[in-house]
Write a protein that binds this ligand. Structure first.
Ligand SMILES: Nc1nc2c(c(=O)[nH]1)N[C@H]1C(S)=C(S)[C@@H](COP(=O)(O)OP(=O)(O)OC[C@H]3O[C@@H](n4cnc5c(N)ncnc54)[C@H](O)[C@@H]3O)O[C@H]1N2
Ligand code: MOO
Length: 417
């Protein structure tokens, strides 16, 4: 058996970041920037008000107090979206103004509507307003020439919004990898009801979804029976069309595992037994230039293997800076039992935050065919070789799903606790 770190390193060596392409921002979501974004035009594009109120000259307001209010005459009303080119706030005047509207010439501060007394065409101020109050300066979000987004930044919904606000319509990103996925095995069928001895293909739908979630472009090549000719054709098609091939099944030692035979003929593969449970068998290599990861067939094993070997490679191919899922420390609420076997155990478990602390509960059923345990898991507890973890002890957890807060506790409850 080889250590997990060695197998992960071998998987990551299969490929680097994909070539750079220029795409419209609508297509860039999920991709990673391959070049920094430099601001052409400042954001905001003009000085504008952050509040509804009155645009004033701060010097006019300096003497204002409750006892001696300053009265200004209202010379204009400026709405957001309007160009106040013809408005000038001169001594003794003010312009009514709405949030987001350009600051008119002459004015340098905003008196908010709540703090003034409006009386027909006049406004009374009872306190001085400092220059710059509630003025959002041109370029204060992003100045011209500034590198507002670094290379390696994933294009998230907020990044897309920022690019749109800057008027950027195209960006350089790494091409997202096209990942061909197929299952192998005579037992897999689409038929309903299930004929005797047959099962539904669960690995392929799960893996296609995991590819998409990781940022790859999934390509479904179906379920291939245990037939060397059909398997050969599937590999040829995948190698011609994809940047990465993911298969599941046929990497262990069964009699009808033709995947091994077909891959050995067409590619250069390394067959591994990784010192982990589940997901011990693994095949890593290439067909021509195309990287191949052969995941184990057991449903839990295929997903765990994807998380450990395929997901980091897809992230690397995307040009992402971080490839691995985070590992946190949690406290075991129950014992996590195991026996020494030379392997790291990845225990399907659910972690949540309780009184500000991350706690974790393992699922009872840990068989590598038991998908129901993985379906509810948001972490894999990393239990090193030995006798397990006692209740109350810390254990490292690999975060593979969303961490929940305690049931029914809102942010407000948490802040008050
Ligand atoms: N004598 C040994 N037998 C096995 C060993 C071993 O070391 N010695 N390793 C076991 C481990 S661990 C695993 S994991 C599996 C891996 O086997 P394969 O990758 O060759 O996968 P298959 O034999 O094709 O299938 C295993 C299992 O998974 C089911 N399966 C396969 N594909 C799918 C799919 N797409 N959807 C749902 N279920 C699938 C298949 O029916 C089998 O039950 O080998 C152990 N055996
Ligand atoms: O590694 Mo297998 O993945 O234990 O079932």
């Amino acid at each position: 058996m080889i250590p997990l770190a060695e197998a992960q390193a071998a998987a990551l060596e299969l490929a680097g970041a994909r070539p750079v392409v220029e795409v419209g921002i609508d297509e860039a979501l999920g991709a990673v920037l391959a070049a920094p974004v430099v601001v052409a035009d400042p954001l905001p594009p003009f000085d504008n008000t952050g509040m509804d109120g009155f645009a004033v000259r701060s010097v006019d307001t300096q003497a204002a107090s409750r006892a001696t209010p300053v009265t200004l005459s209202i010379v204009a009303t400026i709405a957001a979206g309007h160009d106040p080119n013809d408005v000038v706030v001169t001594a003794g005047t003010a312009a009514r103004i709405m949030t987001g509207a350009p600051i008119p010439k002459g004015a340098d501060a905003i008196a908010i509507v709540e703090d003034v007394i409006v009386d027909g065409s006049e406004v009374h101020l009872t306190a001085p307003i400092a220059a710059g109050t509630h003025v959002r300066r041109r370029g204060s979000d992003a100045a011209a020439g500034e590198r507002v987004l670094a290379e390696g930044t994933p294009v998230t919904p907020a990044v897309r919004g920022l690019l749109a606000s800057l008027g950027v319509r195209k960006v350089f990103v790494h091409r997202r990898p096209r990942v061909a996925v197929f299952s192998t095995g005579d037992e897999l069928t689409d038929l309903d009801p299930l004929p005797p001895g047959k099962i539904h293909d669960s690995n392929r739908p799960a893996l296609l979804a995991l590819v998409a979630e990781a940022g790859g472009i999934p390509s479904d090549l179906g379920a291939i029976p245990d037939d060397p000719a059909l398997l050969g054709r599937a590999f040829d098609e995948a190698a011609a069309s994809a940047d990465l091939i993911l298969t599941s099944g046929g990497v262990s030692v069964g009699d009808f595992d033709y995947t091994k035979q077909v891959l050995a003929e067409r590619g250069t593969m390394r067959w591994m037994q990784v010192a982990i449970k589940p997901a011990k068998p693994l095949a890593i290599g290439r067909m021509g230039q195309t990287p191949v990861i052969g995941l184990p067939g057991n449903p839990v094993s295929s997903i765990v293997s994807f998380e450990l070997f395929a997901r980091p490679l897809i992230r690397k191919m995307l040009g992402a800076r971080t490839w691995h899922r985070p590992v946190l420390t949690a406290r075991a609420l129950e014992p996590i039992t195991r026996h020494p076997d030379g392997k790291l155990h990845l225990v399907r478990a659910r972690a949540h935050v309780r009184s500000g602390e991350l706690v974790v509960e393992p699922y009872r059923l840990q068989g590598s065919h038991v998908l129901s345990g993985l379906a509810g898991a948001n972490v894999l507890a990393l239990v090193p070789d030995g006798d397990g973890v006692a209740a109350g002890e810390p254990v490292r957890v690999l975060v593979i799903g969303e961490l929940d807060g305690p049931a029914g506790v809102s942010i407000v409850d948490a802040l008050e606790a």
